[in-house]
Design a protein around this ligand. Sequence first.
Ligand code: PGA
Length: 219
Amino acid sequence: MIIIANWKLNLTLAEIKSWVLEFNAFSSSYSLNKVTPVICPSFIYVSYLKENLLNAHIGTQDSSEFLEGEYTGEVSAKQLKDYISYSIIGHSERRKNFSETDDIVQKKARLCVEHQITPVICVSALEQAAALKSFRDIIIALEPLENIGSGIPAKPEFIEDTAKKIVDIIPSAKVLYGGSVTAENAKGFSKLKNISGFLVGGESLNPVYFINIIKKCDM
Ligand code: PGA
């Protein structure tokens, strides 16, 4: 299971330092069998995590559709590849707030693949998954809009059914579920067919809650 923390626009350096202390105490004393944790902070904290986080992968919440040049403020896969192994691409908050289209999402994902970064492409509808059918070995995060940050996760039958449809479209894809995942519901969801992990927002901000999700899925 791949369990990804999406911190979004949260946490300061001081808060991240104490998050890392707590997580490292756990990850250095507990040997994980089934779970691969991936932590996705804001860009500026990537190198701090790279130097300090133990036994977890680091990812970003975005990666540019451009590689280099006159694109002020952008960070590209070519730069990120020395630091990270995963990048969330096309989160619904980016599609909505930054007008990311399927075309932009594909450009970003393709540059990640070319730079050995696994894109974790978020989809909230099957048409968005269909737009990705030329990709292989990607991770798709199924994130229904109404379940993100609402405290109400999707129904297990819906998750299983939609995950199957996604795998029918892209057979080599791993499908994660995201939307109000907690330690209480993670264990049940982890047993659903074609679900290979979770994208966790709110509950990942507190290391204790995030560790609890990992523990439930590692049993
Ligand atoms: P949530 O967010 O866990 O807070 O619902 C998930 C996400 O947006 O990736």
